[in-house]
Design a protein around this ligand. Structure first.
Ligand SMILES: Nc1ncnc2c1ncn2[C@@H]1O[C@H](COP(=O)(O)OP(=O)(O)OP(=O)(O)O)[C@@H](O)[C@H]1O
Length: 320
């Protein structure tokens, strides 16, 4: 059932140059959805529109049936029920962790403030840091404070705008796992925006792919992996090797098998040691260069190799 309904949103900052094009998405209550798109595809603009902080030219956003107003229709843009969290935390540098989290609760009752603060510090593992200033915290801890501040007003929806981009890979993975469980326990509806597919997959199973302001595809990653709607959606998952004799048809490096005696001949021109396999660059007889995965790490640079793959693994697009 639709809870957060984004209905045919259209947005241009300049006449004739749309940034969001007819974008619709229904998110059921309590779901976590990842929205993946390249830089400039309109992700932040869309989040700001959903939060009521940016005006839209066409379309509507509804939360549980209530229309979200455009900023111009409100005295103070935005609503408590929908909170936006940014990549660069937006913390108050001269306020402690406690003060940052309490900031949106200025007008709330003292008892409520105290209990909400204790609950959030506990939930986010920030009790030991309550009196520290943001500059004394790691990037991950600062982002937790920003999320704590967003959660202080008990929002129904959290919009996360590339919240982990400033963190290193290990910090990111740990924080995503921790937050995912927390969001599920709180029952909050989350739209997580990122340009990193790995982060998106760590956070959720439901993916939405956006390109140039349009929704390209949505669904389970497995489905998008095997039946991508376009080259951009396909390339989010891996490199694609073009088939020499078939137009607009590709094969993923992980789907190509390597043999020593039979198959399509190629010469290894480069070998790179990666975590899970050796990545080989091979030159086919027509000069095309492919990327291949040597999972057993048995092939060497300069060696001749033979390639095979199952036809059903080939990916063909009607248009690229
Ligand atoms: N206030 C604005 N005025 C004019 N153009 C804008 C404004 N905000 C965004 N844009 C333009 O809209 C397009 C989409 O920007 P947006 O920040 O929404 O993309 P994004 O997908 O979030 O990108 P990134 O991942 O780099 O943050 C860009 O071309 C940007 O320059």
């Amino acid at each position: 059932m639709s809870y957060l309904k984004i209905d045919a949103i259209h947005k241009s900052f300049q006449e004739g140059l749309p940034v969001i094009k007819n974008f619709s998405l229904d998110i059921p209550k309590g779901q976590i959805i990842s929205l993946v798109g390249e830089s400039g595809s309109g992700k932040s603009t869309l989040l700001r529109i959903i939060a009521g902080l940016e005006s839209r030219n066409e379309g509507e956003v509804y939360l549980d049936g209530t229309r979200i107003q455009n900023p111009k229709e409100q005295l103070v843009p935005g609503i408590d029920e929908i909170q936006l969290v940014f990549q660069d935390y937006h913390l108050y540098p001269k306020s402690t962790v406690e003060e940052n989290i309490l900031r949106p609760l200025l007008l709330f009752d003292k008892k409520y403030k105290e209990s909400r603060l204790e609950m959030l510090l506990e939930l986010l593992g920030l009790k030991a840091f309550r009196d520290k200033f943001p500059r004394h915290l790691s990037g991950g801890q600062q982002q937790k404070v920003a999320i704590g501040r967003a959660l202080s007003v008990e929002p129904q929806v959290l919009l996360l705008d590339e919240p982990f981009s400033s963190l290193d890979t290990i910090q990111r993975r740990e924080l995503i796992m921790e937050l995912k469980t927390m969001f599920q326990n709180l029952g909050v509806t989350v739209l997580f925006v990122t340009h990193d597919l790995d982060d998106a997959l760590q956070m959720t199973n439901d993916l939405v792919i956006m390109q140039k302001g349009k929704m390209i595809q949505k669904g389970h990653p497995e489905e998008i992996f095997s039946k991508p709607k376009n080259l951009y959606a396909a390339k989010l998952f891996s490199h694609l090797n073009p088939l020499p004799n078939k137009e607009k048809t590709y094969i993923r490096p992980s789907d190509v098998q390597l043999f020593k005696t039979s198959g399509i001949p190629a010469r290894i021109i480069e070998r790179q040691y990666l975590v899970h396999y050796n990545q080989l660059m091979v030159k086919l007889t027509d000069g095309t260069v492919w990327k291949i995965e040597d999972k057993k790490r048995v092939f060497a640079e300069g060696e001749k190799v033979f390639l095979k793959w199952e036809e059903e693994k080939e990916i063909t697009f009607s248009k690229v």
